[in-house]
Design a protein around this ligand. Structure first.
Ligand code: PEP
Ligand code: MN
Length: 272
């Protein structure tokens, strides 16, 4: 594959383990990152954090800078949202993952967050990739909306070439002709890219499908094809969510999913 060197299996055969404050990604443990699409308020986020912790999530998600399709949609709480996420970490002990959209916000997001999330729309923002690689923090790199595996790996190479190997890849669905689902989850990408790279790979069935009722079966599919973790949107009250409520699990449905993943994980030789 052109340009793919440091991230390739040829360069390094054994799996890279990403260490997020002691939570290891890329081992036998299926790592669950869960939480709302966006930080909406202190109450909503802290409520979510307590629920995530109680139901067995390992890492808390929540966007403070949101890449919305319309400039008039809720754009996130920015630094106020990051402070609330940091408070949730204090209260629960869970590390946090949140998106950084712009190089100018990297200092700020690195200060508060445990993982720098680079979203699909920014997968080929090469300046952002390079700068994120310099922070010494784990980076969660989502696959671009229409990126090939080669382009995705080259994006990871930009980060790793800055001196860190702490990069997690996230398959979150790609654009196809199908409009029933928000995107088409490319499950084949998981074993395919794991053969090409030593980096851990997780799956986001929420943005992949855009429909909460499809999140449970596709999360199981992701586990079955060898994902190292899942990124799942959960909201205390999906009907009231300011962002992506239609794809967010309620706490009850997240609980159900966590229970149902357990026997599948043990059949796969994994723990959850
Ligand atoms: C997200 O995870 O909050 C997000 C916006 O996802 P994506 O970049 O995959 O669309
Ligand atoms: Mn979302």
């Amino acid at each position: 594959m052109d340009g793919v060197n440091l991230v390739s299996r040829k360069y390094k055969e054994e799996n890279t383990i990403v260490n997020v404050n002691g939570v290891l990604i890329g081992t036998d443990k299926l790592v669950i990152m869960a939480g709302p699409c966006a930080v909406e308020s202190r109450e909503q986020l802290l409520d979510s954090a307590h629920i995530m912790k109680e139901l067995g999530a390992d890492i808390m998600r929540g966007g403070a800078f949101k890449p919305r399709t319309s400039p008039y949609s809720f754009q996130g709480l920015a630094e106020a949202g990051l402070k609330i996420l940091a408070e949730a970490r204090e209260l629960t002990g869970m590390p946090i993952v949140t998106e950084v959209m712009d190089t100018k916000d990297l200092d700020l997001v690195s200060y508060y967050s445990d993982i720098l999330q680079i979203g699909s729309r920014n997968m080929q923002n090469f300046a952002l990739l390079r700068e994120a690689g310099k922070r010494g923090k784990p980076v969660l790199l989502k696959r671009g909306l229409a990126a090939t595996l080669e382009e995705w790996l080259n994006a990871a190479e930009y980060i790793v070439s800055e001196g860190t190997d702490q990069v997690i890849l996230c398959e979150r669905g790609i654009r196809t002709f199908e409009t029933y689902t928000r995107n088409t989850l490319d499950l084949s990408a998981v074993p395919a890219i794991k053969a090409l790279t030593h980096l851990p790979v997780i799956v986001d069935p929420s943005h992949a499908t855009g429909r909460w009722e499809l999140v449970n079966p596709l999360a199981k599919g992701a586990l079955a094809v060898g994902a190292d973790g899942l990124l799942i949107e959960v909201h205390p009250n999906p009907d009231k969510a300011l962002c992506d409520g239609q794809q967010s699990l309620s706490p009850a449905n997240f609980h159900k999913l966590m229970q149902e993943l357990k026997p599948l994980a043990s059949a796969m030789g994994k723990i959850i």
